[in-house]
Write a protein of this length. Structure first.
Ligand SMILES: Cc1cc2nc3c(=O)[nH]c(=O)nc-3n(C[C@H](O)[C@H](O)[C@H](O)COP(=O)(O)O)c2cc1C
Length: 352
């Protein structure tokens, strides 16, 4: 992959700690249309830890051999750890690109002056891109947030221009401010302004809940591609729905079926895909040295906590699943909940 625009499908998953792991990527890729390709993020990886970790057994860096176009996201601001991490991820692990996190607003990232705090220092942020580019043989991107003041758009453009001058190959913009975290409205006009102002590809992110939203964001902003986080985790078949809209043939194993569209069809698909995700998570995480069933259970409970909000009776599902003591218990609770017809809303208010 020379750049993200080499790939022909306009939707990708967002990097999300605890969610964008090998099992969820596998579930979402099951719904990818035939001959469609997109890039795949990972959970955020700390550049100080990657150099010393076993990448084959650390849950965050587990990957399947058949995965392609993986673009791991790193967090960091120091040259040596960044370079060692990038070298390992590219040469040993098979990354097709490297994404730098400049959007993480958690206290720990602020304390160490990385994540979103890099956005407070243009020169330093540009240096982080330059140090990554110096060692990377694959494209380097940056994911950032809105700046969030009256002067925000010109400031954002100046900031991004410096990253472009330092070699950034594409930018992903999540136009919520650090103060908004992941709530409130995402300001798509900033994606449009940025797209007009810079020459590299722009990926837009924020407030995407349905396949229609993907098309709307591209039409409204001119973004080269769209990234979806929570809703794509909840509705992995958004890939299938979007593929149908864009005229792609459905995946061979789905051939002859129409993508789910009504609330009841989507409710049933959520149940089926949740059971698949448990199976995929078991296959991946139970093999990790030292990993216990409780790691897989915790990951699944976190997935349900994030995605249940689209289900009409999601709180009931969450309460049932949070009481599960082990995976077989969890599967029983899920199967029991989905014995009854369930509805999934196209949209919900995003609070977490
Ligand atoms: C649980 C969770 C973890 C996240 N972790 C990261 C992260 O590690 N790196 C990052 O750049 N963004 C992270 N994000 C933000 C998402 O990538 C995305 O920008 C945000 O959720 C908005 O997109 P959405 O409305 O489609 O979910 C995280 C979001 C969630 C919900």
């Amino acid at each position: 992959m020379r750049n993200v625009t080499d790939l022909n499908f306009p939707l990708c998953l967002a990097p999300m700690v605890g969610l964008s792991h090998v099992a969820l990527r596998r579930l979402i890729s099951d719904y990818m249309p035939q001959n469609a390709s997109t890039h795949w993020p990972t959970e955020m990886l700390n550049s100080r830890r990657v150099p010393g970790e076993n990448l084959k057994t650390t849950p965050e860096t587990l990957r399947r051999d058949e995965e392609v176009y993986l673009v791991p996201q790193i967090l960091g601001n120091e040259e040596i750890p960044i370079q060692k991490a990038v070298q390992r991820l590219v040469n040993e692990w098979g990354a097709s690109g490297i994404d730098i996190n400049m959007g993480c607003p958690v206290q720990k990232a602020l304390k160490h002056n990385y994540g979103v705090s890099l956005m407070g220092d243009v020169n330093y942020a540009a240096q982080v891109v330059a140090m990554t580019k110096k060692v990377s043989t694959v494209p380097v991107s940056v994911k950032l947030r809105a700046v969030g003041s009256e002067k925000s758009v010109p400031q954002l453009i100046t900031f991004v221009q410096q990253l472009v001058d330092s070699g950034a190959d594409w930018i992903t913009l999540h136009p919520r401010t650090a103060a908004q975290k992941r709530r409130g409205q995402s300001d798509w006009s900033q994606i449009a302004e940025l797209k007009k102002a810079v020459k590299i590809p722009i990926i837009g992110n924020g407030d995407i809940q349905t396949a229609d939203d993907v098309v709307l964001m591209i039409n409204e902003t001119g973004a080269d591609k769209v990234m979806a986080g929570r809703a794509l985790a909840a509705r992995p078949w958004m890939m299938w729905q979007l593929g149908e809209k864009l005229g792609f043939a459905s995946a061979a194993h789905l051939h002859g079926r129409r993508a789910p569209h009504t609330p009841v069809e989507e409710g049933a698909e959520y149940g089926r895909s949740l059971l698949k995700l448990i199976e995929y998570s078991e296959e991946s995480f139970m093999q990790v040295a030292g990993a216990s069933e409780s790691l897989t259970l915790r990951k699944m409970q976190f997935y349900i906590r994030t995605t249940h909000v689209w289900l009409e009776f999601g709180h009931t599902l969450m309460a049932m699943c949070s009481r599960a003591q082990n995976l077989s218990d969890l599967k029983i609770q899920v199967a029991c909940f989905f014995e009854h017809e369930q509805a999934m809303y196209p949209r919900t208010e995003l609070r977490q």
